[in-house]
Design a protein around this ligand. Structure first.
Ligand SMILES: Cc1cc2nc3c(=O)[nH]c(=O)nc-3n(C[C@H](O)[C@H](O)[C@H](O)COP(=O)(O)O)c2cc1C
Length: 165
């Protein structure tokens, strides 16, 4: 069995989770920036990770998944600035299921990720009140994903792999 862990990241949070998942996976495996993946040929299980951007899965990621997921075992991981339990997270996990409709959807891991200072500054300057609100929650995201989140990601990786073995 061969597994791919692929991710998009801008400030490193999603990459940190990708590496935790990758570290936990047994068997043949690759970890790659999604920019470096042209298709999913040869992989039996794929983890796809991304930061939530403007209340959504980044378009680059959703397009890639829709184009390549047919017949594949797929799981997602995402990081976001809002705290875990925030209502919109349900719609983001729902979107993961939707874009994976032609594959075998196995689950989604999500956790908070720190807003980097340049991002906070940019969000605070935005005309969009919701983006401004994100900027204001910046300090409460510091240090995320922390070790407890990283540990949860490792457990998620194990659970997902067990589903396909
Ligand atoms: C332009 C922009 C838009 C964002 N929009 C959201 C959002 O809608 N909801 C949210 O919870 N976080 C939002 N974030 C925060 C990121 O999802 C979060 O910081 C994430 O952990 C970044 O991951 P990365 O370090 O892998 O890039 C946004 C960040 C940026 C830069």
């Amino acid at each position: 069995m061969k597994t791919l862990v692929t991710y998009m990241t801008q400030t490193g949070n999603t990459k940190k989770i990708a590496e935790a998942i990758y570290g936990e996976i047994t068997g043949e495996k690759d970890v790659k920036d999604i920019e470096d993946v042209s298709n999913l040929e040869g992989y039996d299980l794929v983890f796809v990770g991304f930061p939530v951007l403007q209340f959504n899965i980044p378009e680059k990621v959703s397009n890639f998944v829709k184009e390549n997921v047919a017949g594949k075992n797929i799981a997602f991981f995402m990081t976001h600035a809002v705290p875990e339990g925030f209502e919109a997270i349900h719609s983001w996990t729902g979107s993961c299921k939707d874009i994976a409709a032609s594959g075998n959807y196995l689950g989604t891991f999500e956790c908070q990720g720190e807003l980097a200072q340049p991002v906070i500054d940019m969000l605070l300057e935005s005309d969009d009140p919701q983006m401004k609100e994100f900027g204001e929650m910046g300090p409460s995201t510091k240090g995320q994903p922390d070790e407890s989140r990283v540990q949860k990601a490792r457990e998620f990786a194990k659970e997902i792999q067990a589903k396909v073995q």
